[in-house]
Design a protein around this ligand. Sequence first.
Ligand code: SAH
Length: 257
Amino acid sequence: MCDQAKKGIGHLAVIGIGPGSQACCTPQAQQAVADATLIYGYGPYLDRLTLAPHQRRIASDNRVEAQRAREALTQAAAGHRVAMVSGGDPGVFAMAAAVCEQIESGPAEWRTLTVAFVPGVTAMLAVAAECGAPLGHDFCAISLSDNLKPWTTVLKRLDAAVAGDFVMAFYNPRSTARPWQLDAALDHLRARLPADTVVLYGRAAGRSDACYWVSALQEASSEGVDMATLVIVGANATRVIERPQRQPLVYTPRYQP
Ligand code: SAH
């Protein structure tokens, strides 16, 4: 172990850089990136950063989270100032949990490191803010990816959300490798929720090619949905306000007994 690590100088910042544009990346996150010399992350997230010549980027595929976390912790333990970037918020279906898992199972010296978690604007808030207030009251967030949990668990959680009348924000609704999950979830919900339940789609929120659309659950589908899309399924009460020449507003009103 080098001297710096013995003195605990190594540092890891797990940073959320928001959904897309620089404007949505907090000053705290920008500063945390600027303070690091080694920057780890999924390539497309790293592409959004402007780095100084002394900063080195280490890009990896988004399926190698545990390995990326171990490498970053190893470099921090060697005395480097390391950043790990996630899109949105690092604690929402992203790198913060992977880093904690590795600290728990890794060498004891990793527990002596300074580790900072820097929050970011998560996709569901960026989408909701563009469309009104669909998450204005009780809601939940569910990842439709069955990479890390079985599909039966996803269905169990959908049932619990329906029983609790929660608005649901679906992360990871569809990708090339997981083409059927959103349609399966919508079919599951169609059998349990009113046909006119509001389904809101937000794609590439916070970027120049952002787009948003709304559908009723009865005709909702995965058409146009990709890995950059977030889907919000309203609770029974969620409403759409049509406006002339403007995007409709989607909101969830206060609970009325
Ligand atoms: N940590 C991220 C989420 C990572 S999971 C966050 O807090 O936002 C990846 C999923 O997030 C995508 O499949 C998509 O559902 C959603 N997502 C990420 N960025 C998005 C964006 N700009 N617009 C809409 N959805 C987005």
